[in-house]
Design a protein around this ligand. Structure first.
Ligand code: MN
Length: 291
């Protein structure tokens, strides 16, 4: 059977700062055709490529802001982030960990470099991915899933030295720990030079990968270097990745929700009226309070 075609390999866009703590390349929504609709249910992907932050007594980050209507997934590759939210939740996302926050009906939160990391300074590398929710789930209660590295499912690669680390969905029959509202596959391929690994997700699932470290060849033909993003067409299930050197690759594949998207900043709803309601609720304090 033929492989899923590579639509394109995207170099990272010039970085910009989110607050003073996240120096990100925006991939979704980004260069054509990487729109929210095309990447549905993945509606935003910001990538902080490896960047050295010098020591700072005051943690850098993003101050209090709201979210409604979707989930934010933070994947820490280097460095640590602390978060606090208006529902009393707080925690630290350390190197190797993932935080899966269901904002849904609404939270206020802030995201900062963890205190000790700030004091020492160091390399920082992180992904934030937004996963959209169906209309019926958008107003469900907010929650967190702290998915530490040890909770992820490790699947050794056949005839190789590396492994797949499943966060959500499944790699073949091996399921990851995250609860998702709709089918989402999210995993890291942690490969050693020469490892070749195959993936298979339903053709209609929107599918992409981001090279976190190293360089890989996709479907034996297309090279993708560090910090590059590969979009697949929806013409077949399977694809392969071969590591030209030790590599880490983030793989995402999700069933499209196929619902209307109305978005403005931190709110992603189905209609303009719902967006306006989100602003009204936010201003009326319905998201709680956070200092
Ligand atoms: Mn946020």
């Amino acid at each position: 059977m033929a492989n899923r075609s590579v639509n394109n390999v995207f170099a990272p866009a010039p970085p910009h700062f989110v607050g003073d703590g996240f120096r990100v390349h925006n991939f979704i929504p980004g260069f054509a055709p990487l729109s929210m609709k095309r990447m549905d249910p993945f509606i935003m992907l910001d990538y902080n490529s490896t960047f050295y932050f010098p020591p700072s007594p005051v943690p850098r980050g993003v101050d209090v802001h709201p979210h409604r209507g979707f989930e934010t997934v933070t994947i820490a590759y280097k460095g640590s982030v602390a978060h606090n939210d208006s529902k009393g939740g707080s925690g630290v996302i350390n190197e190797g960990d993932v935080q899966w926050m269901t904002a849904a009906s609404g939270v206020l939160h802030k995201e900062y470099h963890e205190k000790e990391f700030s004091k020492k300074g160091g390399d920082f590398q992180m992904v934030q991915l937004w996963v959209n929710l169906l209309a019926k789930d958008k107003m469900s209660p907010p929650k967190y899933q702290a998915i530490t590295a040890s909770k992820m499912t490790h699947v050794p690669i056949k005839n190789g030295k590396g492994f797949i680390e499943v966060i959500a969905g499944a790699y073949h029959e091996h399921k990851g720990p995250a609860f998702t509202f709709t089918p989402v596959n999210l995993m890291n391929a942690k490969l050693k030079k020469g490892d070749k690994v195959d993936f298979s997700f339903p053709a209609h699932y929107n599918t992409a990968l981001l090279v976190i470290e190293g360089e890989v060849t996709v479907n034996d033909t297309r090279n993708a270097a560090t910090d590059h993003f590969v979009l697949f067409d929806n013409d077949a299930d399977a694809f392969s990745i071969e590591a030209k050197e030790d590599a880490i690759v983030l793989i995402m594949s999700g069933e499209p929700l196929n619902e209307p998207i109305a978005s403005h900043g931190p709110f992603v709803m189905n209609t303009r009226e719902e967006l306006q309601q989100a602003f009204v609720d936010f201003q009326n304090g319905a998201f709680g309070s956070l200092n």
